[in-house]
Write a protein that binds this ligand. Sequence first.
Ligand SMILES: [Mg+2]
Length: 223
Amino acid sequence: MDQLSKLSLIVMLLVTPLAWAQPALPRDLTLPNLGVAKRLVREYYSDGGYRADLQRVVESARTYLERNLPRYALLKPALVLDIDETSISNLDYFQRYDLAFLPQEFSAWLELGESPVIPEVLDLYRWSRAHGLAVFFISGRLERQRGSTESNLRKAGYLDWQELILKPDGSNQPSSTFKPEQRRRIIGQGYSIVANLGDQESDLSGGYSEAEFKLPNPIYWIP
Ligand SMILES: [Mg+2]
């Protein structure tokens, strides 16, 4: 090989990219991106989507109850309501903390007892009370939060109820078993649970109600 050929070979080696293998795609590409997810959740509230979805669900519950009202004369009808993100809203808290659930801060927020009412559900509650339905609140909140929970509910306009059912202090029983057990107990007292409203699947699964209505909650998930 003459000098020129050697030089050409060296130049060619220098300018040719080395072989490379496409790395496996990082798993993050298959996950929802947190920043994007937060933006979408904020938009869901700010563009009216959350309100519209919530109103649609409550409206369908109202229509259902109205249609079935004649049956209730023969029953001891009961409406079951969840509390957080169903009867009252903690959105102020979540907006303050960038949509984060921080156990200590959230506990302190609940202790204030100032979560605003969800007016559509209050209307349904008032309609239900006016038509002879007993109202049971079943919540994943703990017994030690009873005082602030009761005062928050009253401040929000829920003035009376048949029972406010909370988890025992220290309980780590999932709502998906605690709540149906409580509904079964209510039915054992002779009530018919004609409708059950909650923002979590675990508020509604497990039976012991005639109809379930799932309100939107894009922020957190409770087993
Ligand atoms: Mg809830």
